[in-house]
Ligand binder design. Structure first.
Ligand code: PAF
Length: 280
């Protein structure tokens, strides 16, 4: 395994392999089986796989969340080695990625950035766009892998590469879940054991919404979810939306031949959890 901290050295190293296919798995570390499944897919589909580990400060709208974000570098490396000894890890410092200017570029992603996560985490997607674009410029991957847990992020990155003509294929990968259905997330590590167990309710709600989608209106389903969480003292619902899977605009009425998804964000104390499900 090769570990690089500097842009120049990883770029010089990758220059030797211009005839090889490169897969990139961007992460913020605190790796779990969800990340590892992306790495495994990249290893199968590419000659070389680069995993970036970088906690990107510009995508956090909340300092507390940034400070508490788990940092488990040694453990991450051990997990990556268990997938393959031949991975290339890029783990730069904040200074390496931002020099003295820790700010993000402003993007427009055809309105995708104003929905859900965009409304609740101001500037988040400018931060994601800034860092992912930089990683693409440094690594120049053929394929880049992103989990569907962050479905809005995945749609935004697809739009970013299209708008900026970045020659990379964006691969969306299915959500990995814990045994109780909770979507795998680095933040799950911060949940007290009992709450982690009870957090099964998030996926249960999504599955119930999917079941109701056949017979109930979007408003009726939203109403049901709101009441359900009002009666649950362990979790605070931030939003539940039923949206067009491409535009991410919430819907009032279904139309034929359109794909829909349900999206949810909840707080367990100060820990924010998101999830989503395809409805049709
Ligand atoms: O999904 C993440 O972990 C981050 O948003 C990403 C894509 C690594 C950018 O920092």
């Amino acid at each position: 395994m090769k570990i690089f901290q500097h842009k120049k050295t990883i770029m010089a190293y990758l220059e030797r392999y211009t005839d090889k296919n490169i897969g990139l798995v961007p992460t913020m570390g605190a790796l779990h089986d969800g990340h590892l499944s992306l790495v495994e897919q990249s290893v199968v589909e590419n000659d070389l796989t680069v995993v970036s580990i970088f906690i990107n400060p510009t995508q956090f709208d909340n300092n507390n969340d940034l400070e508490k974000y788990p940092k488990t570098f040694e453990n991450d490396i051990a997990k990556l080695k268990s997938v393959s000894e031949h991975l290339i890890v890029f783990s730069p410092t904040t200074e390496e990625m931002y020099a003295k200017n820790i700010t993000s570029q402003k993007f427009q992603f055809d309105g995708l950035e104003s929905e859900m996560e965009g409304k609740h985490r101001l500037g988040h997607f400018d931060g994601v766009g800034t860092i992912v674009k930089r990683f693409f410029e440094i690594i120049k991957p053929d394929n880049a892998y992103f989990g569907e847990k962050d479905y809005q992020q995945l749609q935004i990155i697809k739009t970013l590469v299209k708008k900026l003509n970045i020659p990379v294929n964006i691969v969306g990968c299915p959500i990995k879940r814990e045994e109780n259905g909770l979507a795998m997330s680095s933040r799950n590590e911060r949940l007290p054991k009992e709450i982690r167990h009870k957090a099964a309710v998030i996926y249960k709600t999504l599955k119930k919404a999917k079941e109701m989608f056949g017979t109930k209106s979007a408003n009726e389903i939203k109403e049901w979810v709101n009441v359900y969480f009002d009666e649950n003292p362990d979790f605070k619902l931030e939003y539940f939306e039923i949206a067009n899977a491409n535009t991410l605009k919430s819907i009032k009425q279904k139309t034929q031949n359109t794909k829909y998804r349900a999206f949810i964000a909840v707080y367990a104390d100060d820990i924010r959890l998101i999830d989503n499900i395809a409805l049709n």
